[in-house]
Design a protein around this ligand. Structure first.
Ligand SMILES: Nc1ncnc2c1ncn2[C@@H]1O[C@H](COP(=O)(O)OP(=O)(O)O)[C@@H](O)[C@H]1O
Ligand SMILES: [Mg+2]
Length: 243
């Protein structure tokens, strides 16, 4: 479903990604871990060309992403949900307007169908009551849940999450993690989750890769990660598990 070969990205002298390879099977969840500033967000953005990679191949759903013309790329992006860092809600729009916006823009659904879909997604994240609220009236965790509902509203085949729990307290983080698992079960998307939240990692991952010094230095299951003898990984886990 998602295949990355030989991906390179540098910003002037700063080489961030070098010869990255990744394969994510349909319906599976890949977690990308790694310390702050190492290139996780750049990697995720390269996949959908929000950042243009320098070299390599990216296949999503058998399409060669780097060869796509803008129109084809936009069509592909409609099938991909992206939960950015921060909530990415429009502050001047109500929750209802935020959710219905992608449906109005990208579908032919009637007003009634749009309303039904909006309520359906809000029910799924447990926030029907927030329909008429403005983002400023919501807590950080609620904004994240609305952001998740919004990124799923077009029923994407692929979900990309960038630090979905960062900046939230531990209880709210676990709620978001549970919600990600629930959405995964409901929609059976193929997903990539970037995070340094190890509880989230262990709960959602079918496979985990660790990005360090431009490369994926580890690929394996949660068990394999926990049992790694690599000094860097042991050190990373000891600092990230105690939080
Ligand atoms: N648009 C950009 N222009 C120049 N450098 C960038 C840009 N985006 C990210 N970088 C650099 O790429 C590196 C990786 O950043 P990022 O992917 O945001 O890290 P992470 O998400 O792992 O915390 C950093 O050194 C950052 O300064
Ligand atoms: Mg980042």
């Amino acid at each position: 479903m998602i295949k990355v070969e030989n991906l390179h990205k540098k910003f002037e002298e700063n080489i961030v990604l070098e010869d990255l390879n990744l394969f994510v099977k349909e319906g599976e969840t890949e977690v990308v871990i790694g310390r702050s500033g190492i290139g996780k967000s750049v990697f995720l953005k390269c996949l959908v060309r929000l950042i243009e990679p320098d070299n390599g191949k990216i296949f999503i759903d058998d399409k060669h992403v780097l060869d796509l013309k803008l129109k084809e790329l936009n069509n592909l992006r409609k099938q991909i949900g992206f939960l950015f860092q921060g909530s990415a809600l429009y502050d001047s729009m109500s929750v209802e307007e935020n959710l219905s916006f992608p449906l109005k823009k990208h579908t032919e659904l009637s007003d009634g169908e749009i309303r039904d879909r909006t309520i359906e997604m809000l029910e799924m994240v447990g926030l029907v009551d927030a329909l008429k609220k403005m983002p400023a009236e919501l807590s950080g965790g609620m904004k994240k849940r609305i952001g998740l509902a919004r990124s799923l509203i077009l029923y994407p085949k692929i979900m990309l999450y960038d630090e979905p729990t960062t900046g939230l307290d531990p209880v709210t983080s676990k709620e978001i993690t549970r919600l990600i698992i629930k959405m995964q079960e409901r929609f059976k998307m193929t997903s990539i989750v970037v995070t340094h939240d190890m509880i989230c990692t262990m709960s959602v991952a079918d496979n985990i890769v660790m990005l360090e010094q431009r490369h994926f230095i580890f690929s394996g299951t949660a068990d394999e990660l926990m049992n790694s003898k690599d000094k860097f990984i042991i050190n990373f886990l000891s600092t990230h598990l105690e939080r």
